[in-house]
Write a new protein. Structure first.
Length: 268
């Protein structure tokens, strides 16, 4: 069984948080002397043994600490996701974690529904928990970094620099692709022309590509507007298409991440 422990020590005995205890006892039917795998969602894992099981808590003796770098893609994918309604956003976060995304930034776009703009920005802790739970399920020792929601225009706008000079926008700090149903080449064509200097397509970075990352921008229901596509393109993002059919927003996000991992990362 695999359990989340955010403050995982290198040795000794620990007691789990109430929610993890309930999951282990009532769902996994944990028993004394069962072996468990613990992870802190930041890259550390430990093997342990349940040494004590009471009605409302149990203790785990840590036996061995390890790192789980083998489950992480050499390509860091930073997903810029237009905020979706209700459980669709939860679904995208869960599946993006399973697919190996390293960072998720919810974006408030021109087509983000007005009545959810403020409410969704208060869901950050919930989204982080979904990422941790998905990491536990898929075997990752690292959960994606969940960034604060940000307006699309702010992400792609340069900030004030020293003496009033403009600094590069957040978007200009790394290469990126914006998926837009109204234009752009297919992803396979774009990857061959622009991004095969990142990885060899099998999860191994080419020479000089260590630590490289790529932004993937996927729109909300209704997609990005022409103005948003132009702003992203003006900040160095490449326009790309996911094919001739119009996909639901949550389908587009999963397809985009999966295809980029297949072409440039560690899938397939």
């Amino acid at each position: 069984m695999r359990l989340y422990c955010p403050d995982l020590p290198d040795s000794g005995t620990i007691e789990l948080r109430p929610e993890e205890f309930n999951y282990a006892k009532n769902v996994l039917r944990a028993k004394p002397m069962d072996e468990v795998l613990l992870f802190d969602a930041r890259g550390k894992e430990a093997r342990g043994i349940i040494t004590r099981l009471d009605r409302d808590r149990f203790s785990i003796q840590i036996k061995e600490i390890s790192k789980n770098a083998g489950k992480e893609s050499a390509l860091g994918i930073r997903l810029l996701q237009g905020i979706l309604k209700g459980q669709k956003m939860d679904f995208v976060i869960q599946k993006a974690t399973e697919l190996g995304v390293s960072e998720i930034r919810p974006l408030i776009t021109g087509r983000t529904q007005v009545d959810i703009r403020m409410r969704e920005t208060r869901k950050l802790e919930r989204w982080r928990k979904i990422g941790v739970e998905a990491a536990r399920q898929c075997g990752r020792a690292v959960a994606p970094v969940m960034k604060e929601p940000m307006a699309f225009t702010d992400f792609f706008s340069p900030g004030p620099g020293p003496g009033g000079a403009g600094e590069p926008s957040e978007a200009q700090k790394g290469p990126g692709i914006i998926f837009w149903e109204k234009g752009g080449p297919g992803l396979k064509e774009l990857a061959k022309k622009r991004f095969f200097d990142f990885c060899d397509g099998q999860g191994s970075p080419v020479e000089g590509a260590e630590g490289r990352y790529i932004y993937l921008a996927v729109g909300p229901e209704g997609g990005f507007s022409e103005e948003e596509a132009a702003q992203a393109s003006g900040n160095g993002f490449y326009l790309a298409s996911l094919g001739p059919r119009i996909l639901r927003a949550e389908t587009a996000a999963i397809m985009a991440v999966g295809l980029v991992q297949f072409l440039l990362g560690d899938m397939g």
